[in-house]
Design a protein around this ligand. Structure first.
Ligand SMILES: Cc1cc2nc3c(=O)[nH]c(=O)nc-3n(C[C@H](O)[C@H](O)[C@H](O)COP(=O)(O)OP(=O)(O)OC[C@H]3O[C@@H](n4cnc5c(N)ncnc54)[C@H](O)[C@@H]3O)c2cc1C
Length: 342
């Protein structure tokens, strides 16, 4: 059985940053990802821009330059990740899902399955879970949610040209989708259970969306939830109990994501509340299972409104874990991110 010092599960930006830090510290490391590197970002709609400015999402001190001097697009960031992996010559086992982690006396036994179906077991002294918090979209559980014109992910905006689109949600992803589709020539309606758009809507999105809603160029139903989705329309229930029917060739459920914490649970990590927040020591990032660490957005379990753990405030996890494993001094507590952009 192959043996390594550290195994990293997940090759999102934080997992890659960690692998580079281990390499710099001379630690032998194996890294796997269930998908491609940066799989979470790969799943974003084409040309989506990061909310965070580039310097907040750089990893391992490698700067990002963009063609436009604007915030990084999905495409630019994926190219950046590829370059970083090449620059540091990281050997990441992509399309290899971790299935099981069990603790033997002095090491972990980690079982994975490759895309071709081969099951591998490796032994690692330490394991770090950087599995993120966006494993699957949230579901409303309404009738018709599985129809083919209903999606939880925005496709290329061209798809929606001159069609009726209902966007469910009122936070950043819903607002951004509404603006993009409006500009792409779709007829956009929004439906949101809140009395107004979410508090966290970015200040650079808010004036335009509020203007378009006020002018009814994006028709918006607040305090309203979908109750039935049909092939060409959606029935909404208002706060007052009335039913409103809106035409919809496409329905976009932009209502957030859920984390998959099954590996944590299975490995014996305590998970708290319905968000399944893992138990860990903030100074070392070690979970209640000795030798098993957590890093990146996975520390927050499933994020709902009010929780703000993003790549931009996770970088410090890397130094904490390296210090814990090498016996170094933990880094000082960072200043809270001034004006978080994510
Ligand atoms: C539209 C949009 C815009 C965003 N904008 C920002 C922003 O501006 N700033 C910001 O900081 N954040 C933003 N985010 C959130 C951003 O995606 C996360 O902050 C970032 O991806 C977190 O990095 P991570 O490495 O912690 O996790 P992830 O990038 O989610 O990486 C986790 C990795 O683990 C892998 N994995 C999961 N389970 C397994 C398993 N069992 N076996 C093997 N591999 C596994 C996944 O395939 C994935 O590659 C945005 C998200 C969306 C959807």
């Amino acid at each position: 059985m192959a043996r390594t010092e550290v195994m990293i599960v997940g090759a999102g930006p934080l997992g890659i940053e960690l692998a580079i830090a281990f390499k710099r510290a001379g630690l032998d490391c194996v890294q796997v990802d269930a998908g491609q590197i940066g799989q979470t970002i790969l799943a974003w709609p084409p040309m989506t821009r990061w909310f965070s400015s580039s310097e907040r999402i750089t990893i391992a001190g490698v700067p990002i330059q963009t063609v436009s001097q604007e915030k990084c697009t999905r495409e630019e960031y994926l190219a950046y990740l590829r370059s970083v992996v090449m620059q540091f010559d990281l050997d990441i086992c992509t399309y290899e899902r971790t299935l099981d982690i069990s603790r033997d006396t002095d090491a972990f036994s980690v079982t994975t399955r490759t895309r071709a179906g081969k099951v591998r077991t490796r032994t690692a002294r330490y394991v770090v879970l950087t599995t993120g918090g966006m494993a699957a979209p949230n579901r409303l559980g309404v009738h018709g949610e599985d129809l083919p014109h209903v999606s939880h992910v925005l496709a290329d905006p061209h798809t929606y040209f001159r069609r009726d689109v209902l966007i469910v949600g009122g936070r950043n992803s819903a607002v951004e989708a509404a603006l993009r589709l409006h500009h792409a020539g779709a007829r956009v309606t929004m439906c949101y259970r809140g009395t107004s758009l979410g508090d966290g809507v970015k200040y650079w999105l808010r004036p335009e969306i509020e203007y378009l809603i006020k002018k009814e160029r994006i028709k918006t139903h607040f305090e309203t939830v979908p109750i039935v989705i049909l092939p060409d329309r959606v029935e909404l229930r208002t706060g007052g109990g009335d039913t409103v029917t809106v035409p919809a060739d496409f329905v976009l459920m932009m209502i957030g994501y859920v984390a998959d914490m099954s590996l944590f649970r299975q490995a014996g990590v305590e998970l708290t509340g319905d968000r399944e927040v893992p138990s860990f020591d903030r100074q070392t990032m070690q979970t209640n299972v000795p030798g098993l660490f957590v890093a990146g957005t996975a520390i927050a379990g499933t994020q709902r409104s009010g929780v703000r753990v993003f790549l931009e405030n996770c970088h410090v996890h890397v130094d904490r874990i390296v210090a814990a494993i090498t016996g170094g001094t933990p880094p000082p507590e960072p200043e809270p991110v001034l004006l978080p952009e994510a």
